[in-house]
Design a protein around this ligand. Structure first.
Ligand code: ATP
Ligand code: MG
Length: 347
């Protein structure tokens, strides 16, 4: 015990299979294991605004989708506190104090921020808020005393930044904040699931995703048009499984029992891979199998989504209740922080 688990997602779109294998699935596992004192899952709308300031309507619509995604995958409001970042203003206050502990050069060196600046074509017009988001993330994490943060591997530099802030703060003002640890999937590929187009990362921004809320028909259409090994032209040709997203997705989702159920020519993925590499397995067959495997995962999620979609008021109630609770916890940290900094003048 003594574990506090926390993670969030940006409401810039719906959640996809990349989120699922990179972070959501670890959260579910942690929830089921129950080896924690508190678990927080939040919708990071303040962070989403750092690159979507001109499109708040996207954030509003996505917030509802992300909340539905959480409940659909089986995160349980009785075990998890859900909250909305902007509704906990204590987080912004903490951010302001932490900003004095980090240099501009340090922010500019953050490899994830660097690659996102490129991806978003900010060039020299980087919003201050965007560059600052790793600090705001440190506020989110430390406000709840989080010890474990289940994330994809693009988030490792953010957790490192948060740890540095905790160390500087504690060093300057006395032991106050807790150092968090990232929890990334053991299999490296799962920490960064590639896109349908074979690009390095499935990402909302790149539009190469299978969404958790996609219909069965959409999933089929997307899987059947996926990028595979471009040199595997004829069925007899030897194929590459290593950076072939179809096989990487199978690795993320397939269980031996799926072979029994849908493709009993093989006992497991290794056998299928070996055959594909030798030549003699057609892409269409593998894709059809992958579609069936993904459906095994998505079908129950769809069912739960249909349930919650007819109870939207209840969904917002859950967010509201969770936010209240989260605010209480964050206020306590803010109080401790101000006391440590000796700016608690009226106490
Ligand atoms: P955006 O393009 O708006 O940044 P995103 O798709 O990168 O969206 P985030 O909300 O930034 O999604 O990420 C939420 C969580 O999901 C983070 O922990 C991140 O590491 C993880 N994640 C996102 N994409 C992937 C992926 N393709 N594979 C594994 N984990 C991922
Ligand atoms: Mg991202």
């Amino acid at each position: 015990m003594g574990n506090i688990i926390l993670t969030g997602d940006r409401p810039t779109g719906k959640l996809h299979l990349g989120h699922y294998v990179g972070s959501l699935r670890s959260r579910l596992k942690l929830q089921e294991e129950g080896n924690y004192d508190e678990m927080y899952v939040f919708i990071a709308d303040v962070q989403a605004l750092t690159d979507h300031a001109k499109n708040p309507e996207i954030i509003k619509a996505s917030l509802r989708e992300v909340a539905l995604d959480y409940l659909s995958i089986g995160l349980d409001p009785n075990k998890v506190t859900f909250f909305i970042q902007s509704m906990v203003p204590e987080l912004s206050e903490l951010t302001i104090y932490y900003m004095n502990l980090v240099t501009l050069a340090r922010l500019e060196r953050n490899p994830t921020v660097k690659s996102e600046i490129k991806q978003k074509n900010f060039n020299n017009d980087i919003p201050v808020g965007f560059l600052n988001y790793p600090i705001s993330q440190a506020a989110d994490i430390t406000a709840f005393g989080a010890t474990i943060v289940p994330v994809g591997d693009d988030q490792l530099p953010m957790i490192e930044q948060a740890r540095e802030i905790v160390r500087s703060f504690n060093h300057l003002y006395g032991e106050t904040l807790v150092e968090p640890k990232a929890l990334v999937p053991e299999n490296k590929m799962l920490g960064r699931l590639p896109g349908l187009d074979g690009k390095a990362k499935m990402s909302k921004t790149l539009g190469n995703c299978i969404y958790l809320s996609d219909s069965s028909e959409e999933v089929k259409r997307k899987v059947m048009s996926m990028y595979t090994d471009p040199n595997h032209i004829k069925v007899e040709d030897p194929g590459n499984t290593k950076d072939n997203p179809v096989f990487l997705y199978l690795e993320a989702f397939v269980k031996d029992e799926h072979f029994k159920k849908y493709w009993d020519e093989y006992n497991n993925l290794d056998e299928l891979k070996a055959h594909y590499e030798r030549g003699g397995v057609g892409d269409m067959k593998v894709k059809k199998f992958l579609y069936q495997v993904i459906e095994e995962e998505l079908e129950p999620i769809r069912k739960r989504r249909a349930f919650w979609e007819t109870r939207i008021d209840e969904v917002y109630k859950i967010l509201e209740e969770g936010t209240k609770k989260a605010r209480k916890r964050a206020s306590k940290t803010l109080k401790d922080v101000k006391k440590a900094m000796q700016i608690n003048y009226f106490e």
